[in-house]
Write a protein that binds this ligand. Structure first.
Ligand code: COA
Length: 167
């Protein structure tokens, strides 16, 4: 039997489709995704696959429709933080209910970070009220290490948690 969804990594030429898909997500979930549609318009994300960053896509195995994305990115700007990578922009849509897309994306991101030499931990942030995402991250071993009140406004002030997984 075919799996209901398939995973692959995106390449540079997928950037326009990726940004359009993410835009739908940020419009549908303004309270849990801190990026806004105008942020994306102003500075679209890249989807190049490299030694420092990968974006994973889950798509419907039959129709090819995009179902979810996540990016994992190693810190590049500071030499002393090269042991840290981040899980970014996790978004799953459910035109029909397919279970465990988010978990599969997260596991792909973790596996990718483990391939990077000397990356020792994987960080992420999540809105404190986002029970589904928080349960997912904790069930994969992420632990809360800080809390920021009024971290973003949609316009309601939202508290954000920072979580980390030792690799
Ligand atoms: C959070 C999100 C990524 C989860 O993805 P998903 O594909 O729906 O979740 P999965 O089917 O993989 O579920 C994995 C686990 O997440 C948790 N979970 C998922 N949906 C849940 C819900 N409605 N309530 C509570 N826990 C939930 C559970 O722990 C679940 O495991 P279990 O069913 O074995 O208990 C997805 O709902 C989403 O994209 N939400 C909107 C955008 C967003 O908030 N992104 C996260 C930003 S940090």
């Amino acid at each position: 039997m075919t799996e209901p969804f398939t995973m692959r990594t995106l390449a540079a030429h997928n950037a326009a489709d990726y940004n359009q898909f993410l835009r739908q997500g940020v419009l549908a979930h303004p309270d849990t995704l801190r990026i806004s549609a105008s942020d994306i318009e102003r500075a679209p994300f890249k989807t190049d696959y490299g030694i420092e960053r990968s974006t994973f896509l889950a798509y419907d195995s039959e129709s090819g429709a995009w179902l979810g994305v996540v990016t994992v990115e190693r810190e590049a700007g500071r030499e002393k933080r090269r042991h840290i990578a981040w899980v970014l922009r996790m978004y799953v849509t459910h035109p029909i209910r397919i279970q465990y897309i988010g978990r599969a994306l997260l596991r792909a991101a973790i596996a990718r970070a483990r391939e990077w030499n000397e990356v020792a931990k994987l960080n992420l942030t999540v809105a404190a009220h986002n029970a589904a995402a928080l349960a997912l991250y904790r069930s994969e071993g992420f632990q809360i290490f800080s809390e920021e009140t009024d971290a973003f406004r949609d316009p309601t002030p939202r508290t954000e948690l920072s979580l980390s997984l030792r690799l």
